[in-house]
Design a protein around this ligand. Sequence first.
Ligand code: MLT
Length: 244
Amino acid sequence: MKLRVDLLPHGGYSDTVLVVDILRATTTAVAYLERGASALLLTRSPDVALALRDTTNAEGDTVRNERYLLGGERGGLPIPGFDFGNSPVEAAGQNFTQREVVMNTTNGTGAAHIAATSGKHVLLASLVNAHAAARRARALAVEEIAIVCAGTDERVSLEDVYAAGVLAEYLLAMGEFTIDDGARIALTLRRNLGNPLEALSSSSHGVYLERLGLGDDVRWAARISESTIVPTLEAQQGREGVLR
Ligand code: MLT
């Protein structure tokens, strides 16, 4: 079995893909499902998300489809018109039972779409669900597991590479893999930074979120393997990426 880590999304996946954007999209996705969401829909743009929820009736009034709640961010801040930002702490305080959450974020949902163009199995991974995600990927993969780091604004994110190292450590303990240079980089980073909270708090995006007053999200995202929820992309059925 091959194990590869893409420090940024490249595409060309043929087997099982673990998408990583731990500050904060994939961490928040786990929280939505933990709190009862029946599905996650990852859209390609905020407008697609708004059009799913809002329609206009014959009188020209906006009609909301209460089945959908919109969550997402640009620059870390909530998208105007959305119901939620992209905070796992905020999500963990809500009840999403019988609701579907439509997500669009700066980097994470785009990385998931890149993975979905060719990946056979696409899973969302973070530190909070790392062991469960690694276990699910190991069970599904035939030839290769690709860990895809979303990055931030097309630049490598330290926290995503660190999380890829945690996932790679779990996978190497589960079986034999030939690893690429990206995996070696991720494992080296994980083994040198050690403490997850230090790694996340010192990352550029972690510092940025702290400055926005969102440091609780950073601390939330640093908890390793506290959830067994693994958001899994369903086969594309004409709808935006649907995960459950
Ligand atoms: C991303 O998509 O890069 C993150 O979700 C950004 C954030 O939530 O701050």
